[in-house]
Design a protein around this ligand. Structure first.
Ligand SMILES: [Zn+2]
Length: 418
């Protein structure tokens, strides 16, 4: 964190940064922008936020939310409104021409099963419910951004594309499909999938593999001294956790990288025999490709070594494949891009009084990762403040959505009118 702050201060002094920050105070005084900024009504927005949060949307079952968003997008008068085969909803707010196109993307799915109690509980300014922040608050902020642009009568040069993506939580699948098959290739990509005081301009490397051990399934009475997949699995889990990790990188909210986590384990079908198969999954995450590749090789090698020692069969299945980041822009290109610099300028103007400056992080684990892998300048940002995502204790600050949408309005205008 410290080195990041230092490098940001150095950048602030460089002319490059000044040129690539398209946020200006003058923009805030444009009558159409002022009209849009003052058009937000917290109570109306929060009502919609609560309604949408209470609509179940586990990954792959986003239909109700997708239909809701489609209806709202049609009211907005966007062109080329589509719902694709993965239930991604998109629409375009046409620009007058000559400016960059920007996609704003928020995901409709949540990590919570359909049976989860999603009733939103008001606790002063806090809204408490699973999924209220990640990413329901941002879906609502995205809709309100486009509504406010209309209310202000704002004309942009570049197109603004709204995308409500699906299956984000199970591998960024909806956004990946949209970027590869929609025919759209936005000049910039903003994943609204972070709290409104964060800017992520990198892409966390993520890969998940399943290590499977196999052995003849003999009855317990004949099992003494025989090879067993169960023991191999146990020893391999230990070996995976014994892999020496490089010095850790700390991110916002207690993130520590790189990290290896055994998330699922299983095997065996009867109580009284050696399991024919025993397996576990590994979730591997690093800040850069070379660390990721080295650790992946070490995990596979640990599994194979244990299997050989234990005289059992061994194979690997890829559960979540690694993205190919060979086309990604360099760290300097990404950080110095007007998208990131304009977001920093804008978000610092709108940040909660008394809160620390917004520091961009060279990480990310959102739909923006897919755009980054394709060489498209991309960030993850947001329009609401929330805590404890992916937990039953998830909560969000009701009064954060108006300033959050305001910063998105100014960001959208700055990026598409330059
Ligand atoms: Zn999310």
């Amino acid at each position: 964190m410290r080195t990041l702050i230092t490098s940001l201060l150095l950048l602030a002094a460089s002319p490059l940064q000044a040129e690539s920050n398209w946020f200006t105070e003058a923009l805030l005084n444009r009558p159409d922008v002022r009209k849009a900024l003052s058009s937000l009504d917290e109570r109306t927005i929060v009502d919609e936020w609560v309604r949408l949060t209470e609509m179940p949307a586990p990954s792959g079952q986003e239909r109700a939310r997708a239909e809701y968003v489609r209806a709202e997008v049609e009211k907005l008068g966007l062109t080329d409104v589509r719902v694709d085969e993965m239930l991604n909803v998109s629409g375009v707010r046409k620009g007058t021409g000559g400016g960059a196109s920007v996609a704003f993307v928020a995901h409709t799915d949540t990590v919570f099963p359909a049976t989860t109690d999603l009733k939103v509980k008001r606790d002063g300014n806090l809204l408490r419910a699973p999924g209220v922040g990640d990413d329901t608050g941002n879906v609502v902020a995205m809709l309100e951004l486009f509504r406010a642009l209309n209310r202000g009568g704002i004309k942009t040069k570049g197109d603004l594309i709204l995308v409500a993506s699906t299956q984000e939580e199970i591998g960024l699948k909806g956004a990946k499909h949209w970027l590869h098959h929609s025919g759209y290739k936005p000049d910039m990509f903003v994943a609204l999938d972070a709290p409104s005081n964060e800017i992520w301009y990198g892409a966390l490397r993520i890969e998940m593999v399943k290590l499977i051990f196999t052995s003849p399934s003999v009855h317990t009475l004949f099992s003494r001294d025989e090879p067993t997949a169960a023991k191999a699995m146990a020893k391999a889990i230990e070996a995976v956790y014994d892999i020496a990790l490089p010095e850790r990188i700390e991110g916002i909210g207690g993130i520590r990288l790189p990290t290896i986590n055994v998330g699922m384990l299983g095997g065996g079908t009867v109580l009284n025999a050696i399991p024919a198969e025993a397996w576990f999954t590994v979730d591997l995450r690093s800040a850069d490709s070379s660390t990721q590749e080295r650790l992946r090789a070490a995990i596979v090698e640990a599994g194979r070594r244990v299997a050989d020692e234990q005289r059992v069969g061994f194979r690997i299945e890829q559960t979540v494949a690694a993205e190919d980041y060979s086309k990604a822009l360099t760290k300097e290109q990404r950080l110095n891009h007007p998208l990131v610099q304009t977001a920093i300028g804008t978000f610092n103007h709108f940040r909660k009084p008394g809160s620390p400056p917004v520091i961009p992080m060279d990480l990310g684990s959102t739909d923006a990762n897919i755009a980054i892998s394709l060489g498209i300048p991309a960030i993850a940002a947001g329009g609401v403040l929330f805590s404890n995502p992916h937990q039953m204790e998830e909560n969000a600050e009701a009064n954060s959505i108006v300033p959050g949408v305001r910063q998105l309005i100014v960001l959208a205008v700055a990026l598409t009118t330059h």
